[in-house]
Write a protein that binds this ligand. Sequence first.
Ligand SMILES: C[S@@+](CC[C@H](N)C(=O)[O-])C[C@H]1O[C@@H](n2cnc3c(N)ncnc32)[C@H](O)[C@@H]1O
Length: 162
Amino acid sequence: MRLALYQPDIPQNTGAVMRLAACLGVPLDIIEPCGFILDDRRLRRAGMDYIDHLDLARHASWEKYVAATNRGRLVLLTTRGSVPYLDFGFRPGDTLLLGSESAGVPDAVAEAADARVRIPLRPGLRSLNVALAAAMVLGEALRQTAPGGMGTDGIGMETGRD
Ligand SMILES: C[S@@+](CC[C@H](N)C(=O)[O-])C[C@H]1O[C@@H](n2cnc3c(N)ncnc32)[C@H](O)[C@@H]1O
């Protein structure tokens, strides 16, 4: 299982996804350009020292990401997905791709995905924060594919920080 962020806009969100990926032992791909400088201090603050435990790959463009990665299925999280994520059968090699905060992903990227899943929301409400959407779907994907394997119990890194 991997996570991928398509052209993220908000460093605090990217920091939160980095922390999620580090804590659950899931590699993260960031598809640039980002709406901020990737070593932005706001991102460091959000990702804190968890960033140092992250398996991170950066890609200069969508085309370079597609060419460079040897991955399984690309599962796009999108509010326009046809399949509710709880009805989707995840596989261990899947990459969960999330869109940018401002615009999601372009049609060409959505069409290149092998599947498009959505988190059902109450009528009239647009979308979740990208990091929360990532956490919900990653939790379900790991529950299905790695029962009992959502990382080791690393409680108490004893850094004195949350
Ligand atoms: C703030 S949302 C993007 C909203 C954007 N205006 C759009 O139309 O896609 C950022 C990302 O979080 C994920 N996301 C948020 N809510 C979601 C939902 N209900 N179902 C699936 N993915 C969701 C998607 O990957 C989305 O591209």
